[in-house]
Design a protein. Structure first.
Length: 211
């Protein structure tokens, strides 16, 4: 696979890994990242797409491997949250202000809006790695999580694989610009979550207030 142009910018560090392991590197790093391990999953997807644009990998296979790894990683995170996360939160959550009452409120909120969060979280650093675990802890039905997770993974892989394949050597500058807007997206998402939680709390309070 070696012999083509070098990867631009920060992607260059992944060149030797892709040269040696190819699609296996893509599958492994994306899977690890998606259940919380600090691995460059999104970066390797973009780097592999750039490689595909130079003929060293097949973009269809990159997209398929990336999608399967993203779904698998998030479902491992979901299983971790479902099988062990609640006990950990109930035991240690008070040290980070996550009390059982707040966890129950999160369960209600995630049950109503979890699907949207799972899809959007795929594009937000930090949320991408944690959304499966959170969904498992809060008791989101697995089939519902799987459907929205697959949708988010398909959109995520489609955007970044297409960008890397088409942009080629210019992808580094494009990524840097897009990451500037990521924080604005995260702030907007946080504001939306706070607003929805407040609306839910006020509605419950009105329902409990005697008329």
């Amino acid at each position: 696979m070696a012999g083509g142009p070098s990867l631009p910018g920060a992607l260059g560090a992944l060149g030797p890994l892709l040269d040696r392991y190819g699609y296996l590197a893509v599958a492994t790093l994306i899977t690890l990242e998606d259940f919380g391990v600090p691995a460059p999953g999104e970066t390797v997807l973009i780097a592999a797409a750039v490689y595909a644009g130079t003929g060293r990998l097949n973009i269809g296979v990159v997209a398929l491997v990336g999608f399967a790894a993203a779904v698998l990683g998030d479902n491992i995170g979901f299983a971790i949250g479902r099988l062990g996360g609640r006990r950990v939160v109930e035991r240690f959550g008070r040290y980070v202000w996550l009390t059982p009452a707040r966890l129950r409120a999160a369960e209600t909120f995630f049950g109503r809006h979890g699907g949207k969060i799972v899809v959007v979280a795929r594009f937000v650093e930090g949320l991408r790695q944690a959304n499966g675990i959170i969904a498992g802890i809060t008791g989101m039905p697995w089939r519902r999580f799987l459907a929205f997770n697959a949708l988010g993974a398909a959109l995520w892989v489609g955007v970044w694989a297409s960008l890397g394949d088409l942009a080629g050597a210019h992808v580094g500058a494009i990524i840097e610009r897009l990451h500037r807007y990521q924080y604005a997206l995260l702030a907007a998402l946080a504001a939306l979550v706070v607003g929805l939680v407040l609306r839910h709390v006020l509605r419950r309070r009105r329902e409990r207030t005697p008329r």
